[in-house]
Design a protein around this ligand. Structure first.
Ligand SMILES: CC/C=C\C/C=C\C/C=C\C/C=C\C/C=C\C/C=C/CCC(=O)SCCNC(=O)CCNC(=O)[C@H](O)C(C)(C)COP(=O)(O)OP(=O)(O)OC[C@H]1O[C@@H](n2cnc3c(N)ncnc32)[C@H](O)[C@@H]1OP(=O)(O)O
Ligand code: TJR
Length: 377
C-alpha cells in the first residue's frame, strides 16, 4: 500500500473531508436562506444564485468521487446526441440499484455543466437531511410522498414551476421508485405477472404515474428523454464509505437520447411505452453481464478541475478557523474545553455517519415490499 492509499484509509482524513462538507454546507444553506427576500424581487436572479450555491455543495461530493477515490466514469452514447448534452433540458430515466448511483449522475452533470441546476423526483424523507436536503428546497427539487393521492397535485405543481427555469437542467427519474433488492424484485415481478407484463431480470417494475405526470407537465420545455443505464465493472457494489476510503470504482453509463415527441401523450400508451423502455434496459444489462460492455461507441467526457478547486476553496475557508480554535484549546489547557471539543467531534462524526446511512440500501425503506394488490391489472 502506497503512502497516498494509506492516507486515504485514515479516519482523520475522513473526519476532515466530512468536517469541510458539513460546515461549509451549513454555511451555504445559511446563505441560501438569505436569498429568500430576493425571490420576491427577482425570482430568476435568486434561482441563478442558488444554482451556484448548490454547485458549491454538490461538487464537493463529486470531487471526492473523481479526485479522492479516482473513480472512472465511461459514457456509452452516440456522438450526435453527445453534442446536445448540457445544452437542452432533459428528463433522465435511470436504473436504481447502487448506493452511489446519484453520485455518478452528479459526476456526469458536472462534466456537462448542469450540476447546480440538476433536479430529481425525490422521496420526501430526503428533504430533512441537513445540507443536501436543505439545499434542495432552494433548487426547487420535486419531492414526493410515494402516495399517489397526495403526490398527483403537489408533484404537478412543483413541475409546473420549472417551466420558466432560467438555466438548462436534467430532471432525474428513478421510475422503479426504490432501490433494487432481491425481495423487492420478487414482489414487483408478481405485480408484473398479474398485469401480464414480461419479467425483468435486472430492474423492478417501473412505476408509470410519476413518469407520465413529469412528461405531461414538462412537455414543451424539455427536449428529450435520456434513457440511462448504469452498471459497475467487476460486479462491484460501490458504497459512499468505499469512496471515502479512497476505493476506486469504474462506472459504465449507457445513454440513449429519445426526443420527447416520441413519448405518447395518452396516459395508458405512455405507461406501455415506459414498460417497453424498461424491457429494453433489461436487455442492455443482460448484454453488460455477458460481454462487460454496453452497445455503441464510447465518448467519455473528461473530469474538470472545478470540483477540486471548489473543494480546496471551502477547505481553506473552514479549516483555517478550526486550526486557530484547536491551537487556542490546546494552549488553554482546560480539561473542560478539551472534553467539550471531543464530544462535539464525536457528535459531528455520528451525524455524518447517519447522513451516509441515508445512501445505504440495507437501511432503505419498505416501499415496494407490500404485497401486490389483487386487482392490479
Ligand atoms: C449524459 C448523461 C446522462 C445522464 C446522467 C445521469 C443522471 C444525472 C441526472 C440528474 C441528477 C440529479 C440529481 C441526483 C441527485 C440525487 C438523487 C437522489 C435520489 C433520490 C431518488 C429517490 O428518492 S427515488 C424515490 C422517489 N421517486 C420515485 O418514486 C419516482 C418513481 N415513482 C413514481 O413515479 C410513482 O408513481 C409516484 C411516486 C408518483 C407515486 O407512487 P405510489 O406508490 O403512490 O403510486 P403508484 O401509482 O406508482 O403505485 C401503484 C401502482 O404500482 C403498482 N404496484 C404495486 N406494487 C408494486 C410493486 N411492488 N412494484 C411495482 N409496481 C407496483 C400498482 O399495481 C399500481 O399500478 P398502476 O398500473 O395502477 O399504476
Ligand atoms: C464531500 C464528501 C463528504 C462525504 C460524506 C458526505 C455524506 C453526505 C451524505 C448525504 C446523503 C444525501 C442523500 C443523497 C441521496 C440519496 C439517494 C438515494 O439513493 O435515495 C434513496 C431513494 O432513492 C430510495 O430510497 P429507498 O426506498 O430505496 O429507501
Amino acid at each position: 500500500m502506497g503512502l497516498l492509499q494509506f492516507l486515504k484509509s485514515q479516519f482523520l482524513c475522513h473526519l476532515i473531508i466530512c468536517y469541510v462538507f458539513l460546515v461549509s454546507g451549513l454555511l451555504i444553506n445559511l446563505i441560501q436562506l438569505c436569498t429568500l427576500p430576493l425571490w420576491l424581487i427577482s425570482k430568476q436572479l435568486a434561482r441563478r444564485i442558488n444554482i451556484r450555491l448548490g454547485y458549491c455543495i454538490a461538487s464537493q461530493m463529486v470531487a471526492v468521487l473523481e479526485w479522492w477515490s479516482g473513480t472512472e466514469c465511461t459514457l456509452y452514447t452516440d456522438p450526435k446526441s453527445y453534442q446536445l448534452y448540457g445544452k437542452e433540458n432533459a428528463i433522465v430515466v435511470l436504473n436504481h440499484a447502487f448506493e452511489i448511483d446519484f453520485l455518478c449522475g452528479w459526476t456526469f452533470c458536472e462534466r456537462f455543466g448542469v450540476l447546480g441546476s440538476s433536479k430529481v423526483l425525490a422521496k420526501q424523507e430526503l428533504s430533512y437531511v441537513p445540507v443536501i436536503g436543505w439545499m434542495w428546497y432552494f433548487l426547487e427539487i420535486v419531492f414526493c410522498k410515494r402516495k399517489w393521492e397526495e403526490d398527483r397535485t403537489n408533484v404537478a405543481r412543483s413541475l409546473q414551476n420549472l417551466r420558466d427555469y432560467p438555466e438548462n437542467y436534467w430532471f432525474l427519474l428513478h421510475c422503479e421508485g426504490t432501490r433494487f433488492t432481491p425481495k423487492k424484485h420478487q414482489i414487483s415481478m408478481q405485480v408484473a405477472e398479474s398485469k401480464g407484463l414480461p419479467q425483468l431480470k435486472y430492474h423492478l417494475l417501473p412505476r408509470t404515474k410519476g413518469f407520465y405526470i413529469t412528461v405531461q407537465n414538462l412537455r414543451g420545455t424539455v427536449a428529450a428523454i435520456y434513457d440511462s443505464t448504469l452498471n459497475f465493472r467487476n460486479n462491484e457494489a460501490p458504497t459512499l464509505l468505499g469512496i471515502l476510503n479512497g476505493k476506486k470504482y469504474h462506472a459504465d453509463l449507457y445513454v440513449r437520447r429519445i426526443p420527447l415527441e416520441s413519448v405518447p401523450e395518452d396516459e395508458s400508451e405512455c405507461a406501455a411505452w415506459l414498460h417497453k423502455l424498461y424491457q429494453e434496459k433489461d436487455g442492455f444489462q443482460e448484454q453488460y453481464a455477458q460481454t462487460g460492455r454496453f452497445p455503441g461507441p464510447i465518448t467519455s467526457p473528461p473530469r474538470r478541475p472545478w470540483s477540486l478547486i471548489n473543494w480546496l476553496f471551502w477547505s481553506c475557508v473552514v479549516l483555517y478557523p478550526l486550526g486557530l480554535l484547536l491551537a487556542q484549546l490546546l494552549s488553554s489547557g482546560s480539561v473542560f474545553t478539551i472534553v467539550t471539543a471531543v464530544v462535539v467531534c464525536s457528535a459531528v462524526s455520528m451525524g455524518m455517519r447517519w447522513m451516509i446511512g441515508q445512501t445505504e440500501i440495507e437501511k432503505g425503506s419498505n416501499y415496494g415490499i407490500k404485497a401486490a394488490p389483487e386487482n392490479s391489472n
